[in-house]
Write a protein that binds this ligand. Structure first.
Ligand SMILES: C[S@@+](CC[C@H](N)C(=O)[O-])C[C@H]1O[C@@H](n2cnc3c(N)ncnc32)[C@H](O)[C@@H]1O
Length: 538
C-alpha cells in the first residue's frame, strides 16, 4: 500500500532529529538578584533567567513546565544569510528550519492548553515559518498574521531605480495550543475618540413586559431598551445632570468625571426632538484592533542591543494573552525586553539567552527594573516602582562523559546531589530528597520512590533496602553495580547507571545552536568530487 501523502514543507535533513538530554539547571546565586525590600504584596521572585542554548534549556524545563506557559513570545534570528556564506542556496534555509522545528516542538509542549505563542519574523523566512508552524501546531490553531512596524531608514530617495521596495514591517504569527481557543477582544485607546451620542430608546423586538410609560409615552408595539426600573433611574440621572451640571459640563465630560471619580458608567435617557425617547451612547475612547498594529512601537531603545524590541509591543502581547501571575517565556531573549515588560506587568517570566549579552544587557536591565531605577520602556505608563527578583541558571554539563578509553562514565563534575537530581529527571521522577530517609531521592507517585547511588550494592544492602521500603511501596534503585539476583526483592527494581541509560539520549552534546562551527560541512558542488582527494569524498 502506498504511503499516504500529506502537504508538508520538506528540507534537507528534515528526518534528522536529536535525542535531547534532559539536563538539570544549576542556579548561580551570585548572579541571581532580588529587591532589598518588598514593594507590594504581589512581588514575584521566582522568575528565571537561563544562560545557554535554548533547545537544551527548553528540554530542561519540560518536567516542571509542560502545559504551564500562558504566553510564549519569540523573536528568533531572521536568517539574514550572513552566517552561511559558505553554503549553496537552500542549505541555509534547511538549517534554519531544522533549528526552528526542534525549538517550536519543545515550545508547544510547554504551552498551556489555553496558551498562545507569538513568533516575530520578517519576509526572509516568514512564509516557510508559517508552513512549519501549521505542521507543528496544526493549521486549525493558526489565529493571526499580525503586521508590526519595523524601524528602517529609507535611503532609496537618492537612487533613480530600486531593487525592491524597502521593508517597513515584520510579521508576528500567532497560534493557539488548542483549536477551540477563544481570544479576548483586543482594544486600544483611541486618541481621537468618538463622542457620546443619543439613539432611540425604542426597539423592534416584542416584549410586552418591557412596554411601560415613561415621559408619558407607552409604546403599543416593540419594547423599551431597558427594564422599567432602569429606565426610571436613568431618567433621573439625566435630570440631575441638567439641573446641577449642564451649565458647566458637557454630558460627555460629566460622564467621564463620574467614571473617573466613582468608577461608575452612568446611563441616561431623555425626551429628544419630536417627542422621541432617547438613550445616551457613551463616548468610545477605545477602538477594536485588527491584525495591523502600526500604532505600537516595535524597536526598543532601552539598551544598545541592535535587535531590541519595544516594551510597548510586548506589553500589548502580554496584556492580551495573560493575567497577573501567569508564566511568560522568551527563549530568544536578546536584551530581555519580554522579561522586562512581563516583570513590570506582574507576570512570571522565563528567559533563555546564549549570547554574552545575557550578562552585559539582560542582567543589568533587570537589576535596574527590580531596583526601581529604570525609566525606560513602559515604566512611566505603568508607574513601575521596582520589586521582585529572578534566579539565574545555567545548564549542567552532560551527565555522562567519555573516559580515556572512550567508555561513557558519569561526569566527574557531578556531585551526589546533582547526580540524584539528574537521574530523577531522566527517569521521570520528581526530585524531592528526604532529609530523614537516605534512599528517598524522589518519587513518581505517593508509593513509588527512586534511590540514586554510585555504590556497588551488596545483597545485604539490597535486602536491607527492600525491608525498609516495605510491602505496598516500590523503589527504583539506580546504582553503579550490584551483587545478588534482581528478582529476589519484589519491591525493588534495580538498574545500573550509566549502562541502562546509554541509548536514552545524546550525551555530551552541549550546543545545538545555529553556529557555523556546529553545522555539517557544506556539500561539495556536483562535478567537483573528482578534483578532490579521497578524504574529501568521505
Ligand atoms: C533578534 S534577537 C532577540 C531580541 C529580543 N527580542 C529583544 O527585544 O532584545 C535573537 C536572540 O536570540 C539569541 N539566540 C539565537 N540562537 C539561540 C539559541 N540557540 N539559544 C538561545 N538564544 C539564542 C541571539 O543570541 C539573540 O540574542
Amino acid at each position: 500500500m502506498s504511503k499516504k501523502q500529506k502537504l508538508e514543507l520538506t528540507w534537507i535533513g528534515k528526518e534528522m532529529r536529536s535525542k535531547l538530554e534532559p539536563r538539570i539547571l544549576l542556579e548561580d546565586r551570585e548572579k541571581s538578584y532580588h529587591a532589598a525590600h518588598r514593594v507590594t504584596d504581589h512581588d514575584l521572585f521566582d522568575n528565571r533567567l537561563i544562560f545557554g542554548d535554548n533547545l537544551l534549556a527548553l528540554k530542561a524545563l519540560e518536567q516542571e513546565f509542560s502545559g504551564k506557559l500562558k504566553c510564549i513570545y519569540i523573536d528568533p534570528p531572521f536568517n539574514t544569510g550572513s552566517a552561511f556564506e559558505h553554503y549553496d542556496d537552500g542549505i541555509e534555509h534547511s538549517l534554519w528550519l531544522a533549528v526552528m522545528r526542534d525549538r517550536l516542538e519543545c515550545l508547544r509542549q510547554l504551552l498551556a492548553n489555553d496558551g498562545l505563542i507569538f513568533v516575530q519574523i520578517d519576509y526572509r523566512e516568514g512564509a516557510r515559518l508559517k508552513v512549519l508552524m501549521d505542521e507543528i501546531f496544526g493549521s486549525s490553531c493558526f489565529k493571526n498574521e499580525i503586521v508590526v512596524r519595523r524601524g528602517t531608514k529609507n535611503v532609496q530617495s537618492q537612487f533613480e531605480t530600486i531593487d525592491a521596495l524597502s521593508t517597513g514591517h515584520d510579521t508576528v504569527y500567532l497560534y493557539a495550543k488548542s483549536p477551540d481557543a477563544r481570544l479576548p477582544k483586543l482594544q486600544a485607546l483611541n486618541e481621537e475618540g468618538e463622542p457620546g451620542k443619543w439613539d432611540t430608546f425604542w426597539r423592534g423586538t416584542d416584549r410586552p413586559t418591557m412596554r411601560y410609560e415613561i415621559f408619558g409615552i407607552k409604546p403599543e408595539t416593540g419594547q423599551w431598551r431597558w427594564s422599567e426600573e432602569r429606565g426610571h433611574k436613568t431618567k433621573k440621572n439625566y435630570e440631575i445632570y441638567v439641573e446641577e451640571y449642564a451649565h458647566s459640563l458637557s454630558l460627555d465630560e460629566y460622564y467621564g468625571l463620574k467614571k473617573q471619580e466613582l468608577g461608575i458608567e452612568l446611563d441616561f435617557i431623555r425626551l429628544g426632538p419630536e417627542n422621541t425617547v432617547q438613550y445616551y451612547v457613551s463616548p468610545r475612547n477605545y477602538k477594536i484592533l485588527s491584525d495591523v498594529w502600526m500604532d505600537v512601537r516595535t524597536s526598543g531603545k532601552v539598551t544598545d542591543f541592535s535587535h531590541e524590541k519595544h516594551e510597548e509591543l510586548l506589553e500589548r502581547i502580554i496584556r492580551w494573552s495573560t493575567s497577573a501571575g501567569d508564566w511568560v517565556l522568551d527563549s530568544f531573549a536578546g536584551s530581555g525586553s519580554t522579561g522586562a515588560a512581563a516583570h513590570k506587568m506582574g507576570r512570571r517570566w522565563i528567559m533563555v539567552e546564549l549570547g554574552k549579552h545575557c550578562h552585559t544587557h539582560i542582567i543589568p536591565r533587570m537589576k535596574k527594573i527590580i531596583d526601581g531605577t529604570d525609566d525606560g520602556g513602559i515604566t512611566g505608563t505603568l508607574k513601575w516602582k521596582g520589586g521582585g527578583g529572578f534566579r539565574y541558571y545555567r545548564l549542567a554539563p552532560s551527565l555522562l562523559e567519555k573516559d580515556k578509553w572512550g567508555n561513557w562514565v558519569i561526569n566527574k563534575a557531578y556531585n551526589p546531589a546533582m547526580l540524584a537530581e539528574a537521574v530523577c529527571k531522566l527517569e521521570g521522577f520528581s526530585y524531592v530528597p528526604s532529609d530523614s530517609v537516605y534512599w528517598q531521592h524522589g518519587h513518581s507517585t505517593e508509593r513509588d520512590f527512586i534511590y540514586v547511588t554510585t555504590q556497588n550494592l551488596s545483597h545485604d544492602q539490597l535486602q536491607a533496602l527492600s525491608d525498609e521500603v516495605e510491602e505496598g511501596r516500590s523503589l527504583l534503585v539506580m546504582c553503579s553495580a550490584f551483587r545478588g539476583k534482581p528478582d529476589k526483592y519484589p519491591n525493588l527494581t534495580i538498574k545500573k547507571i550509566p549502562k541502562t541509560v546509554l541509548t536514552r539520549c545524546e550525551w555530551g552534546h552541549d550546543d545545538y545552536s545555529l553556529k557555523i562551527e556546529n553545522l555539517p560541512k557544506a556539500p561539495i558542488p556536483p562535478g567537483q568530487m573528482e578534483l578532490l582527494g579521497e578524504e574529501a569524498k568521505s
